[in-house]
Design a protein around this ligand. Structure first.
Ligand SMILES: NC(=O)N[C@@H](CC(=O)O)C(=O)O
Ligand SMILES: [Zn+2]
Ligand SMILES: [Zn+2]
Length: 441
């Protein structure tokens, strides 16, 4: 395949030749060879496929919310070519058998590359788990969230030690439940079918609870000599704590674009852990992304059905979908001049690949996997749930603008294409693989 005349994130205009799933040449003036598919990319940008290190595709056990098929289609349609699935499934991915069950589902249905994380719980079996090609350990929950997998500090410290021994990174859900404010939930509307404001949820799961948990997680990781990555960091204070260490952090699109000021309108669709923060913290978080102080944007794609979310605030599950709207929302911020394109490319692809050791991914260079996204930065579209592919059928970003992929390519094959005229989506006959498939770590 030859992609001609594409602009790269650094502004160079290049032709890119792909052979056997790998980028062979990035140069100017390449001519097509016989029978080669040519994609004329003039006027468009070619970016590395997104690497979303934090998704919940819900299988096994939660396929009414999402499946590997629907979740990976949603990823491909949003320009994401590698996802990392979290362990709070049913059964939780806390032993070798549960890993194997999930790995089989992913191998059968995922149209993007995937990593499968191992989980930590009182029942976890590190021996059988670490005998599998784990992507990472985590998210390790320091407070309960969906799936009630919260663990105590001593178990966290022993998990860090095992992970360090196996040289496996650890992703941490850092909230300290002892610093939640349960009084904030008094009187929270719990009427079924009432989309109560999410505001009490933000008052309950306080910013201080995140900051304290991040501090403790960083100290424990330092003591254990483990590589730690802080999941869905929602406060600038926590980002700054991480910046002072060799740990890494991620922020989600919902914490970059929504704040407590949206809690009323979103109702229970705005309930997630950690919760929405103040507008002041949101804008400070966005500023840190703009200034390159945030390593990674990951979505914490956490679909629940609309019916599940339409319960009262105390009963609705936490979490919002995001894998299909992440790259588009960030590219819209580039189009409107709020983010640099290289910042977005780094946060969505290059840095996740570096942090998690995916040497062949995240960059458009000879010798890397041809995981690519073609976008027209002059052509934003309205985000509509009906046009998205997650099984949950809704998005908190309904009505927002996003720059969506025209073509998504996985290891040299077209995995997703949008008809330029009708906008209809088509998915290629492509199977994603386990990015740690080189056997047990
Ligand atoms: N973020 C959420 O609010 N929910 C996530 C779990 C998690 O990431 O805590 C989920 O799996 O639903
Ligand atoms: Zn979490
Ligand atoms: Zn999560």
């Amino acid at each position: 395949m030859l992609i001609t005349g594409a602009e790269l994130a650094d502004g160079r205009v290049r032709d890119v030749r792909i052979r056997d799933g790998t980028i062979e040449t990035v140069a100017s003036g390449l001519d097509p060879v016989a029978k080669e598919r040519v994609i004329d990319a003039r006027g468009r940008h070619l970016l590395p496929g997104g690497i979303d290190v934090h998704v919940h595709f819900r299988e096994p056990g939660g396929s009414h919310k999402e499946t590997w098929e629907s979740g990976s289609q949603s990823a491909a349609a949003g320009g994401v070519t590698t996802v990392v699935d979290q362990p709070n499934t049913a059964p939780p991915t806390v032993d070798g058998d549960a890993f194997d069950e999930k790995a089989e589902l992913a191998a059968d249905a995922s149209i993007v590359e995937y990593g499968i994380n191992g989980g930590v719980s009182p029942e976890w079996d590190p021996e059988s788990l670490f005998a599998r090609p784990l992507f990472a350990l985590g998210e390790v929950f320091l407070a309960d969230s969906t799936g009630e997998m919260g663990i105590e500090l001593d178990r966290f410290e022993s998990a860090l030690a095992v992970a360090a021994e196996h040289d496996v990174p650890v992703t941490v859900h850092a909230e300290d439940a002892t610093r939640f404010d349960p009084d904030a939930l008094d009187g929270a509307s719990n009427g079924a079918g009432v989309t109560a404001s999410a505001e009490p949820w933000s008052a309950y799961r306080t910013a201080e609870a995140e900051i304290a948990a991040v501090e403790r997680a960083l100290e424990a990781a330092d003591r254990a000599g483990a590589q730690v990555h802080i999941a869905h960091t929602s406060t600038p204070e926590a980002v700054d704590l991480v910046a002072d260490t060799d740990a890494t952090c991620e922020v989600t699109p919902h914490h970059l674009f929504f704040s407590r000021e949206n809690a009323e309108r979103l109702g229970t669709f705005g309930r997630m852990n950690p919760p929405l923060r103040s507008e002041e913290r949101r804008s400070a978080l966005f500023e840190r992304l703009r200034d390159g102080a945030i390593d990674i944007v990951a979505t914490d794609h956490a679909p629940h059905t609309a019916a599940e979310k339409r319960q009262g605030l105390l009963d609705a599950p936490s979490g919002v979908p995001g894998v299909e709207t992440c790259y588009p929302l960030l590219l819209e911020s580039v189009r409107t001049g709020n983010l640099a394109l290289e910042t977005v490319r780094n946060a969505v692809a290059t840095t996740p690949a570096e942090v998690f050791g995916l040497e062949r991914k995240g960059r458009i260079e000879p010798g890397t996997d041809a995981d690519l996204v073609l976008v027209d930065l002059t052509d934003p579209r309205e985000i509509e749930a009906a046009a998205l592919h997650s099984a949950c059928g809704w998005t908190p970003f309904e009505g927002w603008q996003g720059v969506f992929p025209e073509v998504t390519i996985l290891r040299g094959s077209v995995v997703y294409e949008r008809d330029p005229v009708t906008g209809a989506a088509s998915f290629g006959d492509v199977a994603g693989g386990n990015v740690r498939a080189n056997g047990p770590r």
